[in-house]
Design a protein around this ligand. Structure first.
Ligand code: ZN
Length: 206
């Protein structure tokens, strides 16, 4: 039974909150998108639940999704994966449009578009647009959509690293999915893909 813990973490707690996900099944565990935080919420959760992550997965390279990596690497010697197009974005400490403290993050590229961590099998799907290296992470009937897809919205495309044409392609890709996923976005509330395909103004099939 896969367990997904949603940790809503912001630098100032309630302002600018990012969803960090701890995915586990038995002893198998990965952390998705750990943001920087004054308190070690992710580590505390892992410890309390006797979990040791096997990897940290990033949906994209924005610092509100990878700012907590360094903190976790002090506790766990694990690989950190990001799409190769976003490696630079993640590692540029000075690049910080969100006005939150910047930190080092040096991920390595996803070694494959299909990843296994014990019993946890992830597929990585390229959905560029919000950034040049944004991906979806699929796990059985669950979709970690990062800042590509939100409840009733999609990710911003007004950053220098964004590309609205790529985002349009990604939206078209989402419309081709025939399986209904539970969507765990980078910000905001959980939804489902079919619900979004019917009700999200950016996704409604014409
Ligand atoms: Zn982002």
């Amino acid at each position: 039974m896969i367990k997904i813990e949603t940790l809503k973490i912001g630098w100032f707690l309630t302002v600018f909150t990012t969803n960090c996900y701890v995915v586990s099944q038995g002893k198998d565990c990965v952390v998705i998108d750990p943001p920087l935080c004054q308190k070690e919420y992710v580590f505390d959760y892992l410890q309390k639940n006797n979990l040791v992550p096997q990897a940290i997965l990033l949906t994209h390279g924005h610092c509100d999704h990878c700012g907590g990596v360094e903190q976790l690497l002090k506790k766990y010697n694990v690989p950190v994966y990001c799409h190769q197009n976003d490696l630079q974005l993640a590692s540029i400490v000075a690049y910080n449009p969100f006005k939150i403290p910047a930190v080092n993050c040096f991920p390595q590229p996803y070694p494959s578009m299909s990843l296994d961590f014990g019993s946890l099998h992830f597929d990585v799907v390229e959905t560029f647009g919000h950034t040049q290296g944004s991906v979806l992470l699929l796990l059985e009937d669950k979709m970690f959509s990062g800042d590509t897809l939100f409840y009733r919205s999609i990710g911003r495309t007004d950053f220098p690293e964004s590309d609205i044409n790529l985002m349009n392609n990604s939206v078209e890709k989402l419309k081709t999915f025939t399986k209904d996923y539970v969507v765990f976005p980078g910000h905001g509330e959980t939804t489902t893909l079919f619900d979004e395909l019917q009700n999200n103004p950016y996704l409604i099939k014409q």
